[in-house]
Design a protein around this ligand. Sequence first.
Ligand code: HEM
Length: 412
Amino acid sequence: MNSTKQPVQQNFTYDPFDPDVMADPLPYYRILRDEHPVYYIEKWDTYALSRFDDIWNVLGVNDGTFVASEGTLPAANVLAQRNDGAVPDPPLHPMPFHANFDSPIYENVRKCTSSQFRIRTVPKLADRIRTLANERLDELLPRGSFDLTQDYGGIVAASMVCDFVGLPVDLAPDVLATVNAGSLAQPGEGVEVGNARPGYLSYLTPIIERRRAEGHDGSVPIADSLIEYRLPDGSALNDMEAAVQMLGVFIGGTETVPKITATGLWQLLRHPDQLAAVRADLDANVPVAREEIIRYSAPAQWFARTVRRPYTIHGTTIHPGQRVITLLASAARDEREYDNPDDFVWNRPIDRLLSFGHGQHFCLGVHVARLEITIMIQEFLKRVPEYRIDEAAASRPPSSFQWGWNNIPVEV
Ligand code: HEM
């Protein structure tokens, strides 16, 4: 599962949309960290930051120097436009995803979507997640073989998303398939997840329409809060605008947890001593191993910000209108932060983690994600004494966005 290929160091170039990078970015990240910590990609007028500390510091600047006015995940056609100075916030209508706005609109809309994800609320979801995990295992284990990413974690995570946004759980397989299809990245182009994809909105817009008709009394928290929300000019969100604000939960909640859960079970299996140590006390040890699993395998590669005020880093000044991409997946393998970062060590000390981001856009679903991963790994290990991964059949499609194991066939 580790990279073997070495990109040519002479005439080194890095482009997140280069097919070679999308197939295996890790060797590129090492060279970037060691030799080009502030790497300028002329074609996109964008700087790539690859070291843990630099990314931690940049994402920690929350004074409007870095904004996401071009989206946190701009596709190549957005980056291809050169900006002549600072980029203003988008117009209020039609309102794009709220992450594209600076404070206070960004925070106020985010708050509409956040009530189910608070650190005090999330533990109440444990029983629900455990039930869903066991229902899946009841169905899958008698089959003898299945896809650990999609059939197990995928359906559980998508079922939770259905609960969160107010969809019937029997739509989970469709939600999962739709999000998987929407996240496929094309070489040279990237992914346009932030855009209002008709596939996603065909689930989300009817929820808003239904809640308006039913009286939005707060019982479907995200939809109801978005219907009540008023922008600074007093205007409300229309149905489609409100639906677009739900995309973060719809996509973020569905795609990352399954890949990390399945990769974690695979990594433990590859290190039988570590698997035995974790099995010795699942309640105490899975939450510890989970952090290493997230560090080692979180699939999101980078997020972007557009610079609004000059910012100097390692002697390079980045000017308003230029962008930075923060290579979170490189930070996770930075030897300046972690000893032997390419080794999987279930109980390694992890003081800081960038896999959920940092600062203003820190992952909204962090507590749910941790709980889902923990419970799914615990329940699987409780019920499965032995398992085998068909490594040759596992697949990790090239991606500029989510480079993770989409399919991990398991025999139990
Ligand atoms: C282990 C699994 C997960 C990882 C590693 C992860 C990672 C991240 C990262 C790195 C960001 C920040 C993006 C940026 O800086 O621009 C983010 C944002 C976000 N995540 Fe997650 N995520 C996970 C699971 C989830 C889950 C389960 C949900 C929802 C239930 C979720 C919802 C969101 C949302 C809505 C945002 C956007 C926040 C904002 O811009 O206000 N994520 N996630």
